[in-house]
Ligand binder design. Structure first.
Ligand code: FAD
Length: 372
């Protein structure tokens, strides 16, 4: 398909990155389409959208599509978390070695249980508010100039929309978890190409974190985008869902819960909860929802965003607190600075702590599931 478009375009020599014309062996959008999208293992991270130098890739109906000419740069393919396995290379770059078999949550320095000390964050956050608080601290101290987060669609508040947050207020308004896929990496492209930001704090699920690391370090990826990332904050994630069938149809229509009245969705101890204020409007076993989970999640081995600077989730902590896995030097510096500045209250956990054992167990289960 790309070849046909390529031959027809009289403008290709003006827009194709140097060295691309004439190279036919590099995998391009057509390969991505065949090997990932059509095989139903696309994570919808948005890396292909961010990478395309001529903005020819768009996501419609939860599917990346080629909407213009393909200039055969191959950058969409190289950044995709489901193409070439690049995890080991990233681990060597970040940590100086690859993960060993027994390291269920990947390579890390320290683990904490922590919560925000900021009242405005506490009112909106999902768990301990650590993700939002770290971003607020980083923005207010000049460590980032924008944050890529997932906001809310103005018409459908539980539909996540990738966004570039430029103020404390915007970061805080994006707090909380929307349990459906938000192609956050596409907003990283926006932060760089539309807002010209150079120190971006990125938040995303494990697959999105891998895409961002490929954008930073893969020699054939759009590293001009990756080099503008200052911090990568990863979210723990067992699986994600599609908005239309799960949130809109199943919760909103089949279960008859008006989405405008929902105040929170959460997953705790194997159960999925829908809240209206303090009332539980729906409680179900997560195992009963497996038909709604995105098929792409079933091949993912990573629960804890192992390639992030800092990973955050609820497993392993009490309600209202977050489990925080510190992985890199820059992640450690950011977290310690936010604690020092009294933005965050933190208690260090040891490998013997019950919460940490549980986290390791669930992470191992996710790895086994992916192998199957
Ligand atoms: C799809 C999904 C599945 C998850 N599954 C688990 C799990 O199995 N176990 C577990 O312990 N934790 C899981 N989490 C993480 C958990 O829900 C919290 O995000 C995490 O504990 C951080 O809490 P916090 O209070 O620090 O975050 P907050 O301060 O509330 O910030 C949350 C951040 O996440 C961003 N965000 C919200 N929805 C999405 C989305 N759909 N995609 C990408 N970014 C988003 C927000 O924009 C915000 O920046 C999951 C999160 C998501 C998005």
């Amino acid at each position: 398909m790309c070849d046909g478009i390529l031959k027809r375009s009289p403008f290709l020599h003006l827009i194709a990155p140097a060295g691309v014309i004439g190279i036919s062996s590099i995998p391009v959008f057509g390969h991505l389409n065949r090997e990932v999208i059509k095989k139903n293992i696309c994570t919808l991270c948005g890396a292909c959208v961010a990478s395309c130098p001529v903005d020819s890739v768009e996501i419609t109906d939860e599917t990346p599509k080629l909407t213009g000419i393909c200039v055969r740069c191959g950058m969409c393919y190289s950044a995709c978390p489901r193409t070439e396995d690049y995890v080991g290379n990233v681990e060597k770059t970040l940590f100086g070695r690859e993960r060993e078999e027994g390291e269920a949550i990947g390579i890390f320095k320290e683990i904490y249980t922590a919560r925000t000390l900021l009242d405005d964050v506490r009112k909106k956050c999902q768990d301990g508010g650590i993700v939002t608080t770290l971003l607020v601290y980083a923005l207010e101290n000049g460590l980032i100039d924008a944050a890529v987060v997932s906001g809310r669609d103005p018409k459908e508040p539980w539909k996540p929309v990738p966004m570039v947050a430029l103020t404390r207020e915007e970061i805080i308004n994006a707090a909380g978890t929307r349990y459906s896929v938000s192609p956050n990496v596409s907003a990283l492209g926006m932060a760089v190409k539309e807002y010209f930001k150079s120190k971006v704090g990125f938040v995303g699920t494990p697959c999105q974190v891998l895409a961002v690391r490929k954008l930073q370090y893969h020699p054939a990826a759009a590293t001009k985008i990756g080099e503008r990332v200052a911090y990568v904050i990863g979210l723990f994630c067992m699986e994600n869902f599609s908005y239309a069938p799960f949130i809109k149809k199943f919760i909103g229509e089949e279960k008859g819960i008006p989405l405008s009245e929902v105040t929170k969705f959460s997953i705790e101890k194997g159960k999925f909860y829908v809240y209206k204020g303090d009332t539980i409007a729906l409680e179900m076993k997560v195992s009963e929802l497996k038909n709604y989970a995105r098929p792409a999640c079933h091949v993912c081995p990573d629960l804890t965003a192992e390639l992030a600077d800092i990973s955050v989730g609820s497993i392993g902590s009490d309600r209202g607190w977050s489990t925080v896995v510190i992985r890199t030097d820059k992640g450690k510096e950011l977290f310690e600075a936010a604690v020092e500045a009294k933005f965050i209250e933190a208690k260090k956990l040891s490998l013997e702590d019950k919460g940490v054992s549980l986290l390791m167990k669930i992470a191992s289960e996710k790895r086994k599931r992916a192998k199957k």
